[in-house]
Design a protein around this ligand. Structure first.
Ligand code: ZN
Length: 168
């Protein structure tokens, strides 16, 4: 990708999908009465909206840019952030919700990182690097939440190999 406007149009689309996904995930967590993760998702939705606003501003877009279908060059023809989101049940548990969010962040990161490493346009490269590094932070944050909930959900499970200290 060699054109900054084309890049920013993709970024706008990607962040818009990310924000929408987080808002839907937040709704699911609200339905699950998990206000902690709901708040986290709402915060992530806000980050995506900020990213979206930044891309709009840098692109000088006053309205959402409209590219014709052939101008979009998504892998598999679908916006990377949207890819796994199609047809997902609204009633999902926290682990599935976090996995979905992580998947989206990883795709977003891969998309930006790929552009950063393949473009020969310095402006596109520096913007793509900036966006990629923020996506990498999001990936790391999601991984922390997933680890946190993995521990919580594993606690009640009894593992025959692990003796409970009280029974010894
Ligand atoms: Zn992100």
């Amino acid at each position: 990708m060699e054109d900054i406007h084309q890049f920013l149009a993709h970024a706008v689309e990607l962040e818009r999908e990310a924000a929408r996904r987080y808002e839907e995930l937040a709704e699911s967590m609200q339905a699950e009465s998990n206000s902690e993760v709901e708040k986290f998702f709402r915060r992530m939705a806000k980050f995506s909206r900020k990213h979206l606003a930044l891309a709009m501003e840098r692109g000088g877009f006053r309205q959402l840019p409209v590219l014709s279908a052939e101008d979009y060059v998504w892998p598999d023809g679908v916006s990377p952030e949207q890819f796994d989101w199609i047809g997902v049940d609204a009633m999902i548990d926290v682990n599935n919700a976090l996995d979905l969010a992580l998947d989206g962040e990883r795709r977003g990161h891969a998309f930006y990182a790929d552009i950063a490493s393949t473009t020969s346009d310095p402006e596109v490269r520096s913007m793509a690097e900036e966006f990629a590094s923020e996506e990498a932070e999001h990936v790391a944050e999601l991984e922390k939440w997933i680890a946190h909930y993995a521990v919580q959900t594993e606690k009640p499970r009894s593992d025959p190999k692990q003796k409970h200290p009280a029974t010894e």
